[in-house]
Design a protein. Structure first.
Length: 273
């Protein structure tokens, strides 16, 4: 009798592979999944996949983040929405002159145990390939940064991320725990384009106009892709007592992507070199 050995991926307990067959991307179901994600990204600038991470893996990550809280680096800074120095040669209230506040607690990659569910998933080539296909990139690499490649962020009560446009073209996040209140990811899809900075529209949002804003559904276990370069977004201040906990998964189109020392000091309190 012949036997067939089915190799189970190292992340088989981490991803709901029935709904999200990232181990089998060339199958009909795999192709359908990638197609659906690309369509969502094109239509909405975001793609959110609820229940991507299994509840048991989510629970382990929450426990890990809680146990590592004394290793989390608290950053609290003001910056412009463009992460550039505030402009002095524009009228008061202009988006280039305004500053916002961002406060969060970052747990570096090297504190996350190598058998942690999200590390096993992040370090698999299957996930990188799934993300590459959804983003339609010719090549995609995991970040080479020992602190930033896969981190966990805890947003404690009072923490927030001020309005900003990401410097990078896209981001990939996984949600583990939502706050009781606040901690919502609010965004303005397509508010600017590479051709048009739309300062008037940006100023209106900064002054409190909520027309056109959306909230990203972020139940625990959701994996999200987000084009944050042209969509202004913020994470609203955390209220209540439960921290918001998530991970950002970092990728690049070059193999040796790392943070510069200044950014590393800011977000992790140290450099990796
Ligand atoms: O925490 C989030 O959901 C988004 C984080 C974000 O916008 C960023 O890191 O630039
Ligand atoms: Fe962002």
């Amino acid at each position: 009798m012949s036997s067939v050995t089915v190799n189970s991926p190292a992340y088989a307990d981490v991803v709901d592979l029935d709904s999200y067959p990232i181990h089998d991307l060339d199958s009909d179901r795999g192709r359908e999944l990638v197609g659906r994600c690309r369509q969502m990204l094109t239509d909405e600038g975001v793609c959110h996949l609820p229940g991507f991470i299994t509840p048991s893996a989510v629970a382990v990550m929450v426990e890990l983040a809680t146990g590592l809280s004394d290793k989390a680096w608290k950053s609290d800074q003001t910056h412009t929405i463009y992460f550039e120095p505030a402009a002095a040669d524009v009228p008061a209230g202009h988006p280039r002159a305004r500053t916002v506040r961002s406060a969060k607690h970052g747990i570096a990659y090297d504190h996350i145990p190598s058998d942690a569910p999200l590390r096993r998933l992040y370090e698999s080539d299957d996930l990188t390939e799934f993300i590459r296909r959804v983003l339609d990139k010719p090549v995609l690499y995991r970040s080479a940064d020992p602190l930033d490649a896969l981190q966990m962020t805890t947003f404690e009560p009072g923490d927030e991320l001020g309005w900003h446009f990401d410097r990078s073209e896209f981001s990939v996040t996984v949600m583990y725990q939502q706050a009781d209140k606040g901690g919502e990811f609010v965004y303005a899809p397509g508010l600017r384009s590479d051709e048009d900075p739309n300062y008037g529209g940006v100023q209106r949002v900064l002054e409190g106009d909520t027309a056109g804003l959306k909230v990203l559904p972020s139940a625990p276990g959701t994996l999200a892709f987000f084009h944050g370069h042209n969509a202004l977004h913020w994470v609203t201040p955390i209220e209540g007592t439960t921290p918001r906990i998530n991970s950002v998964l970092t990728y690049g189109e070059v193999p040796d992507m790392r943070l510069n020392d200044l950014t590393s000091e800011l977000f992790y309190g140290r450099t990796s070199s």
